[in-house]
Design a protein around this ligand. Structure first.
Ligand SMILES: [Fe+2]
Ligand SMILES: [Fe+2]
Length: 316
């Protein structure tokens, strides 16, 4: 990107806001240690060292908790790709560079903690997990040709989405230790979301039209970073059926609160292009809301059918 491009200008204009929010983030973030959240006394050797290899009955997690933990950990595992994405867009200098480093270090903790927990408690098959990690990281993650503004808008939603999904995964495990660990990770994700959300708030004041277009684009094309991992479709269906992450949560707890903070539908500073993007966004949200209602209704019918058959539907 040339240093005179409008996108580079936005990054320069946002730099003081990044510095201020980096300070705020460091003041707010509390130190924590992955090893504190792992029940090491449950650990034992695998066959390679004379112990026993993994088998399904060793896991205390049901199919839903397994699927959600698997997706959450693999999503965290692809950190080198996410680092590359933000380091290339935001740069390695000044406050932007410091944020990229700090964020990467915090995210690194999430994968370490989840993997230690799962391997020690034998929650999921470690061989399947390792093969899926190799696969997913080899493919890598590519967010396409997002501009820096689109990237900050995207991560505002994405960090909040991971917060919701980690928090509800914790509940779904039925294990107080996993619940505590995932709540701790979710707190980090929330602070990440606030950092990016504050940048977008500032971007709206600098360039309302361009920011509105970027926000509308990211909401309308939103995809979780894990979308290209092994079994994503199957696992995300399980996750949605249990209410860990579904369209209703996406609309009500991720997209809507963030848009409200930016006063997207109350702004009076938009030109024709921003106005047009806002109208498209409003139409999209109406459709998303209707789809979410349909999904929840069909899930309710499915749960009622299961109860009638004497089965217990999984829900968080
Ligand atoms: Fe994370
Ligand atoms: Fe995060």
């Amino acid at each position: 990107m040339s240093q005179t491009s409008p996108q580079a200008a936005v990054l320069t204009e946002l730099e003081p806001v990044v510095a201020e929010n980096l300070d705020r983030h460091i003041r707010m973030a509390k130190e924590w240690h992955p090893h504190d959240y792992v029940p090491w006394d449950e650990g034992r050797n695998f066959a390679f060292l004379g112990g026993e290899d993994w088998s399904p009955e060793q896991s205390r997690l049901d199919q839903t908790a397994k699927a959600a933990m698997f997706v959450n950990l693999l999503t965290e595992d692809n950190l080198p790709s996410y680092h590359r994405e933000i380091a290339t867009r935001f740069g390695r200098d000044g406050a932007w560079g410091q944020w990229v480093g700090r964020w990467t270090a915090e995210e690194g903790r999430h994968g370490v903690a989840l993997r230690d927990y799962l391997v020690v408690t034998r929650g999921v098959d470690p061989v399947e997990l390792e093969r899926a990690r190799m696969d997913y990281m080899t493919t890598g993650y590519d967010s396409g040709d997002k501009t820096p503004l689109e990237a900050v808008a995207y991560v505002s939603f994405q960090e909040l989405a991971t917060r919701v999904s980690h928090r509800n995964t914790g509940k779904a495990t039925g294990d107080p230790i996993a619940d505590k660990l995932l709540a701790r990770i979710a707190t980090d994700e929330n602070l990440h979301m606030i950092f990016y959300r504050n940048l977008v708030t500032a971007a709206f004041d600098i360039d309302p039209d361009e920011t509105m277009k970027a926000v509308a684009n990211e909401v309308m094309n939103f995809e979780m970073p894990g979308a290209n991992m092994a079994n994503f479709r199957k696992n995300s269906t399980i996750i949605a059926k249990a209410g860990i992450y579904d369209l209703r949560l996406h609309h009500d707890e991720v997209v809507s609160p963030v848009l409200r903070t930016w006063k997207v539908f109350d702004r009076s500073d938009l030109g024709p292009e921003g106005e047009q993007a806002r109208e498209q966004l409003a139409d999209f949200l109406t459709g998303l809301d209707a789809q979410a209602t349909k999904f929840v209704e069909s899930r309710e019918r499915m749960r009622a059918r299961m109860l009638a058959k004497g089965q217990t539907p999984v829900q968080v």
